[in-house]
Design a protein around this ligand. Structure first.
Ligand SMILES: [Zn+2]
Length: 479
């Protein structure tokens, strides 16, 4: 780890973020521009994200499968909006085994087309529905401006693809999975998100309706952290996903897709991190507890280490993800900074005085300095640690929610809206006209983030044109 100080978030949020990703050893730049190597610590976080989501997918009746990375170019061309949306970002394979291919193959940017093709083959009758499949994998989108975890040429994600007999069932599924994402973000990642619907100009290419969870980052910009799409019959028609209904009539199926990616890691970093580094939510942290032994002499070491080993064994047995930092050549102060950079939620310090008093010192990562420090007995430490991790998880969510809410404002005029989105989110009436949305974007760089599911239920005047509006929308500058 470099001993140079991080840039503060106020000085340069973007560089602060880049430095944390590198110094906490979450990811590194790959030799191909825009690609990343996810390092073991970053991948361990992703594995915990995967587990928390996968459990929820299975609880809601989904199964996992794996579809191919290569998709015939003609598949993408079958859905007009889909190909228009994705063609600028496609990586195309034209040569295989030294021969020019008869048909170019696309490295999947997303898998609606190839999965649609397979569903058309598998689905024959209403008895075959619903099909509820998820895949964990990677995709490639040729992005121009890239940033580790937030936007890379290749990224890791899950994509769920479902087919249903009716529009109602498919819409229900779309919102069910949006709910799963929101539950995951809030209760596992401690990232408060707002559930809503994307405007037509922001929706997924080929969807009838896109829903999203939107989060506010530490620089007040918005980040779309998961999306769930109602695809109507667009892909069913393009690929011929048809079934015989109960009356023996041939019908097109209704499909959905939903995805959450390694972008979530960026969301966690930018929601919770501070000027000392990363702060990870205990439920997802690869290391929840780090034990740092403190001694100055061999004599002290021989007193301290047996206690460290016993305490660590007890905590491990209680199920915590724990690491003992017994590196000899480093000072305790250096180790504290190092684990603070990596965002470990709780530090246990054990020195000669603690051995004498049968106690340990606990230091909370989310509450730097004396305020986050406490001294507790070694007796019953596992339950103390358990309680402390739960408290940290809750405090992180509350902190992030309070931060977000303090930066959402309701403009009374267009001028106020333009002012607000320079440093926060504006929650305002919008008539639904794309021209009004485009004007805000041209004037301020802010886009509509989502039309939240929770609406005031009254009516107002569009913040841009003054016409009657029945919905409020969040405007913000976004990643
Ligand atoms: Zn308007």
């Amino acid at each position: 780890m470099s001993s140079e100080k991080l840039p503060t978030r106020n000085e340069n949020f973007s560089e602060w973020y880049n430095q944390i990703v590198l110094r906490a050893e979450m990811a590194d730049y790959a030799p191909v521009r825009g690609c990343m190597v996810v390092l073991p610590y970053g991948w361990a976080l992703w594995e915990n994200i995967q587990q928390a989501l996968d459990r929820r997918f299975k609880e809601t009746g989904h199964v996992n499968a794996a579809f191919p990375l290569l998709i015939p170019m003609s598949f993408l061309e079958k859905e007009k909006e889909h190909v228009e949306g994705f063609s600028p970002e496609l990586a195309v394979v034209t040569i295989g085994g030294g021969e020019k291919l008869e048909e170019p193959l696309v490295v999947r940017p997303t898998s609606e087309t190839i999965i649609g093709y397979m569903y058309a083959k598998w689905i024959k009758s209403h008895r075959d529905l619903p099909v509820l499949i998820n895949q964990w994998g990677n995709v490639v989108r040729w992005e121009m401006r890239t940033k580790l975890f937030l936007r890379t040429l290749e990224f890791y994600w899950q994509e769920g693809h479902t087919a249903h007999a009716t529009a109602e069932e498919a819409q229900e599924e779309t919102f069910r999975m949006l709910g799963v994402y929101a539950d995951f973000a809030i209760n596992e990642a401690a990232v408060p998100v707002i559930k809503g619907i994307k405007s037509d100009s922001e929706k997924f290419a080929g969807a009838v309706q896109s829903t999203t969870i939107e989060a506010m980052m530490g620089d007040r910009r918005a980040l779309q952290t998961g999306t769930s799409h109602f695809l109507g019959q667009n892909f069913a028609q393009a690929f011929g996903i048809q079934y015989l209904d109960r009356n023996n009539q041939l019908q097109h199926a209704w499909t959905t897709s939903w995805g959450l990616s390694t972008r979530m890691i960026g969301a966690i970093i930018m929601t919770h991190g501070d000027d000392q580094g990363l702060i990870l939510p205990p439920r997802l942290a690869p290391i929840q507890v780090v034990v740092v032994p403190i001694y100055k002499s061999e004599a002290e070491k021989s007193l301290v280490m047996p206690v460290v080993e016993r305490v660590a064994a007890e905590l491990k047995a209680a199920g915590f993800r724990l690491k003992v930092d017994s590196r000899e050549e480093l000072t305790p102060g250096f180790k504290f900074n190092d684990w603070e950079m990596r965002g470990v939620p709780l530090r246990v310090e054990i020195g000669p005085k603690d051995v004498e008093k049968s106690s340990v010192a606990l230091a909370r990562r989310d509450m730097p300095g004396k305020a986050g420090k406490s001294f507790v007995s070694q007796e019953g430490l596992a339950s103390q640690v358990d309680g402390m991790l739960k408290t940290i998880q809750q405090a992180m969510l509350e902190h992030a929610t309070a931060f977000r809410d303090s930066h959402i404002h309701q403009p009374g005029t267009y001028a106020e809206l333009a002012e607000i989105v320079q440093d926060g989110w504006a929650f305002a009436w919008w008539c639904g006209d794309t021209a009004c949305e485009a004007r805000v974007k041209d004037d301020t760089k802010a886009t509509t983030r989502c039309i939240p599911l929770d609406q005031p239920g009254s009516r107002g005047e569009c913040i841009v044109c003054g016409k009657q509006a029945s919905q409020k929308v969040y405007f913000a500058r976004a990643y």
